[in-house]
Design a protein around this ligand. Structure first.
Ligand code: FE
Ligand code: FE
Ligand code: MG
Length: 171
């Protein structure tokens, strides 16, 4: 059904089914990222455990919020959301890295990789919708800003760990 909002973006050359597919792929990524962070926070071991757990939990909350933002846009576009978790694996761009090593340094690396992938996913969505669908573009920009902050936060903890280990060695 052609709502006014959909007609406008179609007139500008957006193929809605194609856009919905890209959004569903991002939706799958967000759920997997949420779970990877949530589980990582449960199993994390090492130093600084508390700082890492707090950061992972905060990021998990953000990823779940992103899943909601993407879902709302898919529904606005008249699309169908992925209805089963098993579809997340079919659609994901960034995959899922199971936290089978609880070492905080390994968890940080795994999640940094995920954030870098997420940043390119939203960059692509922004390029795809630029000048054609400002609503999706704005949403992708908002989410990308969070993903950039996530990567930065994890890198900062990693740097703290490297600094801490370096100082111990000198003693
Ligand atoms: Fe996210
Ligand atoms: Fe993130
Ligand atoms: Mg953070």
């Amino acid at each position: 059904m052609g709502t006014k909002g959909r007609q406008i973006i179609e007139a500008r050359g957006i193929k809605i089914p194609e856009l919905v597919k890209l959004l569903n792929k991002a939706f799958a990524d967000e759920w997997l990222a949420y779970y990877q962070y949530w589980l990582g926070a449960k199993v994390a071991m090492g130093i600084p455990k508390e700082a890492v757990v707090a950061e992972l939990l905060q990021h998990a909350t953000d990823e779940l919020r992103h899943a909601g933002m993407v879902a709302d846009r898919i529904i606005q576009l008249g699309g169908t959301l992925l209805l089963e978790p098993k579809a997340w694996y079919e659609f994901t761009n960034c995959g899922y890295e199971k936290p089978d090593d609880p070492d905080v340094r390994v968890l940080l690396e795994q999640n940094i990789k995920g954030e870098q992938c997420a940043i390119s996913v939203y960059k692509h969505l922004m390029d795809y919708t630029n000048d054609k669908d400002t609503v999706t573009y704005d949403m992708a920009l908002q989410i990308m800003e969070d993903e950039i902050e996530h990567e930065e936060d994890l890198e900062n903890i990693k740097d703290d760990i490297i600094l801490m280990l370096g100082k111990k060695k000198k003693k």
